[in-house]
Design a protein around this ligand. Structure first.
Ligand code: PLP
Length: 470
């Protein structure tokens, strides 16, 4: 296949995409593939001679979609959505044609400057103060790692990057168990170690107790350890837990600690004024991550990290070898110095298309709808004695299970979830709350409607009836 053949095949892909979206509702949301099923259909070795493009395309159509879980299905209620707005899909197609490596300003001037402006647009729509600047990473996992590395180095006065961390006094990071596992991963990769990720206790709302944080820091100082920073969550993955930023900042400030806020999912909701009270004090933090690829519709991968002072992070993860040096230093930004990988995709384009195609008001309306529909659904489960709602959250995520506190309710809820997902009409996932198995429900797909969210209750109810009857 040559570049000259690409337009015809791109049109084929667009037609395929049209049909995919037109028929997506007929597909089971979660793939029913068995482990190894797809692999067994693939030849063991790459072809020596080129395959005909028609055959390749036919094989794709015949084999791939049925082997996938459909994240853009409007009834995908699992994990968090990886929302792909149509305008974002189009922007990705264009970025694919250019296929630039946006590692330096010089290798991608428009992409770099668009990134700067998109981060600023996003910051302002979220109501964040103008001193925050930012960068687009691939994932919140990388943003969290950068934040944890920066905390470590600030606390060690950059002696870790210079001399390694063995032989240093032990840095300590503070977070609750509501944080995403990428914080645990960051502690491991940063050489801090899981044992030095201190789990601060939470209150009844699953928010960090500022007094417990203070005690933990004081105990560590007394033991000769080095408190480095606090990671807070606004919309934790399991239940949507929200830490109180202002009260924690009041403690952290006393000890000069960095604060990073992981708002990968729920941060997007802050484009709506009414949710902002849930991150009061945000102007005091050092770093925030929000994934437009979760809720805003700029599809995976697109994770924005806001930084109060990018210099600390650049000093930690940035390098400028001779072979990457360019002119215009001082007037330009080389975003690879703000993050871990050198090579970078052109991610700002989809954010640009999304903001312009829907307007911030359009995105607000989508988020408000998702949240209010999920709340209505939650009250249906709440008023049915067969179910118990275990947790709620301000951003449209609740957990529930079959009523009953014994082990059999755990097992029955597990079976219920399996039955629901095998049915293919909706897709929900699970978590554990205080040792009890629970089903999570959240909505976020771009074309999800009220009727889609309402469908969850009858589907679950019917599955529960069938389970009882078996
Ligand atoms: N932080 C939170 C709160 C999350 O919910 C997730 C994923 O769901 C992550 C971080 C990791 O996100 P990513 O897939 O962008 O690394």
């Amino acid at each position: 296949m040559k570049y000259k053949d690409l337009p015809a095949w791109s049109r084929m892909a667009a037609d395929w995409g049209e049909n995919y979206f037109a028929t997506i509702r007929r597909r089971p949301v979660r793939s029913s593939a068995k482990p190894g099923e797809f692999l067994s259909k693939l030849p063991a070795a790459a072809p020596e001679k080129p395959d005909d493009m028609h055959t390749i395309f036919e094989d794709f159509e015949r084999m791939v979609p049925d082997g996938m879980t459909h994240w853009q299905h409007p009834r995908f209620f699992a994990y968090f959505s990886a929302n792909a707005a149509p305008a974002s899909i189009l922007a990705e197609q264009l970025a694919n044609y250019i296929a630039a490596n946006c590692m330096l300003w010089q290798t991608s001037p428009a992409a770099t400057e668009l990134e700067t402006r998109m981060v600023d647009w996003f910051r302002d729509s979220l109501g964040l103060p103008g001193h925050f600047r930012g960068v687009i990473h691939d994932s919140a996992t990388v943003a969290n790692l950068c934040a944890v590395l920066t905390m470590r180095e600030k606390a060690l006065n950059w002696d870790g990057v210079a001399n390694g961390i063995s032989g240093q006094r032990q840095p300590r990071i503070y977070a609750t168990s509501e944080n995403h596992s990428s914080i645990d991963k960051a502690a491991r990769i940063a050489g801090i170690g899981s044992a030095n990720l201190v789990r601060v206790s939470t209150d009844d709302e699953r928010s960090m107790r500022p007094e417990s944080l203070r005690h933990a820091i004081e105990a560590d100082l007394a033991a000769g350890l080095v408190p480095a920073g606090v990671v807070l969550c606004v919309g934790g993955t399991s239940t949507g837990a929200v830490d109180g930023i202002a009260p924690v900042a009041a403690v952290a400030e006393n000890f000069g600690l960095n604060i990073h806020v992981d708002a990968a999912w729920a941060g997007a909701a802050m484009i709506c004024d009414e949710f902002r009270r849930h991150w009061e004090g945000i102007e005091q933090v050092d770093s925030i991550v929000i994934n437009p690829h979760k809720w805003i519709g700029a599809q995976f991968d697109c994770s924005v990290q806001f930084l109060a002072n990018p210099d600390s992070q650049i000093r930690t993860v940035g390098l400028r070898p001779d072979y990457l040096s360019t002119s215009s230093v001082g007037q330009i930004t080389n975003f690879n110095e703000w993050t871990i990988p050198l090579g970078r995709r052109f991610r700002a384009l989809k954010l640009w298309f999304v903001f312009r195609a829907y307007g911030v008001e359009g995105l607000r309306e989508m988020i408000r709808n998702h949240v209010s529909w999920v709340r209505e659904l939650q009250s249906r489960f709440d008023s049915d004695p067969e179910f118990e709602v275990l947790t709620t959250c301000p951003f449209g995520l609740f957990t529930f299970r079959l009523s009953g506190s014994d082990d059999s309710a755990d097992e029955k809820t597990r079976q219920l979830l399996e039955r629901v997902n095998n049915g293919g009409q909706i897709y929900l996932t699970q978590t554990t709350i205080g040792g009890r198995f629970a089903i999570r429900m959240t909505a976020g797909q771009f074309e999800c409607t009220k009727a889609d969210v309402e469908a969850v209750y009858p589907v679950v109810k019917e599955a529960a009836e069938n389970l009882r009857a078996q």
